[in-house]
Design a protein around this ligand. Sequence first.
Ligand SMILES: [Zn+2]
Length: 146
Amino acid sequence: MAYFRAVDPFPLESADQNKLHEFYEYLAADRLVTTCCGSCRRLAWPPRGFCPECLSDHFEWVDLPHEGTVHGFSIQETGLPAGFRAPVVFAIVTVGGLRIFGPVVGADPVALRVGDTVRFAPIRVADDSKGLARHLVAFAPGARPA
Ligand SMILES: [Zn+2]
């Protein structure tokens, strides 16, 4: 089957296509990280190869907490990317002072509330055109098991 790039909703994650490819390697290893500016220490989301504050291109990877709170969410019933079953809850989650967008997999759309605790739970999505694995930032309801 031909790879239909035009409707592929997921980022190219490999080293030859993305200078921030390490982010996805961390995701695959169950680590939520982002970039911190090496000059002014500004934390960025999404990860950035340069700092919008001081224009430095020195950055380091820092780990973020694995729990956050739902800042807002919507429920998508149709037009979902391949591999998702409706309904899907998409949320903006506050994590370590940053606001991160992603699906909350397994959430009950009726029961979920703003302020609820969710935990980082990355998912594997469709492989890229070269057959390499790709991962997406996602969350699951509830706190991380102790
Ligand atoms: Zn900076």
